[in-house]
Design a protein around this ligand. Structure first.
Ligand code: BDR
Ligand code: CA
Length: 304
């Protein structure tokens, strides 16, 4: 089993990724950490706790950064709803988050683990940047970072920037320049990784998890994208962990634009090596969509 820390801002597509990670037999979620992103930190933390209770899983949750390192927070509630997970009435969570800050909880999990830990960020990179800055000694026991974020082409929040990187570009710059093995699962693949109406109906009828996710999907982007398919951005990071053969990738030099007038938060991906700099990131560029859908249905089938 791959031991991971899942750093998240749930988020409707985060909820799907969390289900997949928790119920996959080759993934061991050691810790979930929350960050402000799609909605504010209190809500993302509460959503993580609600999901764990719904799934009956006992995974510690630690609350992280309530705002980006430098900029004001800009949420994504127009996509995920006011609560971040509109559309389903969850029970009030009984479990509380750890008293420890996410960054300290991550440090302890990493330093105490006999096996190197994979960090899987599916929200803005604020917590991970703080971890690598405050506790650089953790680096030697991090297997790699497999993140959902960025794009080698266009953006989804601004013309060039993907939301997770846009939300905290300074943090992303720290993480991308940390010298750790890193996989970028960005919009080039995640925008293709949709669930069709037929997929979504299959999921609805599968199990309790499926019918809960179906209710959330009715509110994903106010339901406006249903006909074109629902983009499973964060689920792609989980898919990469256990099934990298679904993806085509290329090792590239990548850095983050933090000062552009229109382009802050852009992942500058040097696909053709024009800058002649050593590659620091494995960038996913294409995905086998039918095989991804099949994988997604199979993994959700294993949920409760
Ligand atoms: C990313 O932004 C968020 O809204 C999603 O949860 C995903 O992590 C996609 O750009
Ligand atoms: Ca997310």
């Amino acid at each position: 089993k791959t031991p991971i820390i899942l750093d998240t801002d749930p988020g409707i597509d985060d909820a799907v990724a969390i289900a997949a990670a928790l119920f996959h037999d080759r993934i061991d979620v050691k810790l979930m950490t929350t960050v402000a992103g799609n909605v504010g930190l209190d809500k993302t933390t509460n959503n993580a706790l609600k999901l764990l209770q719904f799934f009956g899983k006992d995974v510690p949750v630690a609350q992280g950064a309530s705002k980006p390192l430098v900029r004001p927070a800009e949420d994504s509630s127009h996509i995920h709803g006011e609560s971040g997970m509109d559309g389903y009435e969850f029970d009030v969570p009984v479990q509380a988050p750890l008293a420890q800050h996410a960054v300290e909880a991550m440090r302890d999990v990493i330093l105490n683990s006999p096996e190197p830990i994979t960090i899987v960020p599916i929200g803005p990179l604020t917590n991970v940047a703080l971890l690598l800055t405050l506790y650089p000694n953790c680096a030697s026991n991090i297997e790699r970072i497999v993140l959902m974020g960025g794009s080698a082409s266009r953006g989804n929040h601004t013309p060039n920037a993907e939301y997770n990187i846009f939300a905290d570009p300074e943090a992303a710059k720290i993480v991308f320049n940390a010298g750790l093995p890193m996989v970028m699962v960005g919009l080039d693949v995640t925008s293709q990784a949709t669930l069709t109406t037929e997929n979504v109906e299959t999921i609805r009828d599968m199990n309790k998890t499926g019918s809960m996710l179906y209710s959330l999907f009715q509110h994903y982007r106010g339901g406006s994208l249903k006909a074109r398919g629902l983009k499973m951005h964060d689920l792609c990071a989980i898919a990469y962990l256990v099934n990298p053969a679904l993806f085509e990738s290329q090792d590239c030099f990548v850095d983050i634009e933090t000062v552009g007038l229109y382009t802050a938060g852009t992942t500058v991906v040097d696909i053709s090596g024009r800058l002649a700099k050593p590659s620091n990131v494995t960038v996913c560029l294409d995905i086998d969509v039918p095989a991804f859908r099949e994988w997604a249905l199979e993994v959700l089938h294993n949920a409760i």
